[in-house]
Ligand binder design. Structure first.
Ligand SMILES: O=C(CO)[C@H](O)[C@H](O)COP(=O)(O)O
Length: 260
């Protein structure tokens, strides 16, 4: 990890949502006129969208456009007046900066993302951009990925239980490991598989005490399984992580360049 810088605390105690807003607003300070942005998904990224919309409407950021990482973000960005581009058009214009939240951040700035279900488009867009600024409140900092909840894996619906079995084999014998298909409660169907924006399903992997071992090797083994589309470990992708601390200070953690 690179350098860290902290700012003084605002007065009064901030809620978790207010901390998310503080981190999001700090990230938007990196946006310059004319930039094409990767627009993240989730409650933290939503604060960045709102703030960007305010600045665009005030005429402060002419020429800024965004590539949305989910259908939800596409609707939100359109509502607040952020001009949108599809990823294919944006690669010509270069995505200069992506701003998104994360579910977990480890000491090497590796991330778990996708508990909101948007990991595939997030990884495509944030992987294509030059800089990736992650915005989190302090609760997202973890000693190891997989400490606080599920690590999601997007799989094609065909044979999903079979693919789930193959994913479990990667972690054979690991105490406390289990995995399951993410479900939602549907008014008509009862329990039904969660379906991503890409029409796929999500397998959730759970670890008793986080993932121990070589993350890159685990990533490679997961991606070699036919039926797995992508997983929610974002390794070496974040260039800056902006952390809003419980005491109201903001810390920026930097990596010199993206590893992928
Ligand atoms: O990866 C994501 C969505 O797929 C989100 O960035 C992640 O779940 C964090 O969400 P929030 O900002 O609501 O805590």
């Amino acid at each position: 990890m690179g350098s860290a810088a902290a700012s003084p605390p605002p007065s009064g105690k901030l809620s978790q949502d207010e901390l998310k807003r503080v981190a999001a607003h700090r990230a938007v300070e990196f946006v310059e006129p004319g930039m094409t942005l990767g627009l993240g998904t989730g409650s933290t990224a939503a604060h960045a969208l709102d703030h960007l919309g305010d600045l665009l409407r005030a005429g402060a950021l002419p020429g800024v456009a965004g590539v949305p990482t989910s259908l939800k973000t596409e609707l939100h960005a359109a509502r607040v007046g952020i001009p949108l581009l599809p990823l294919d058009a944006a690669s010509g214009a270069r995505i200069r900066l992506s701003i998104d939240g994360a579910d977990e951040v480890d000491p090497d700035l590796n991330l778990v993302k996708g508990r909101g279900g948007s990991l595939l488009r997030e990884k495509m867009i944030e992987g294509a951009g030059e800089r990736f600024v992650v915005i989190v409140d302090e609760s997202k900092l973890v000693p190891r990925l997989g400490c606080t909840g599920a690590v999601p894996v997007e799989v094609i619906p065909f044979g999903a239980p079979h693919t789930l079995g193959l994913i479990c084999k990667v972690f054979d014998g690991l105490p406390g490991f289990h995995a399951r298909l993410r479900t939602v409660v549907d008014a008509d169907l009862g329990s039904a598989p969660f379906v991503t924006d890409n029409g796929n399903y999500i397998v959730e992997m759970f670890f008793e005490d986080g993932i121990r071992g070589d993350l890159q090797d685990i990533s490679d083994r997961l991606l070699r399984i036919t039926g797995v589309v992508e997983h929610g470990m974002f390794l070496g992708m974040a260039t800056t992580v902006i952390v809003a601390n419980k005491d109201g200070t903001v810390t920026a953690l930097h990596r010199k360049s993206k590893l992928i």
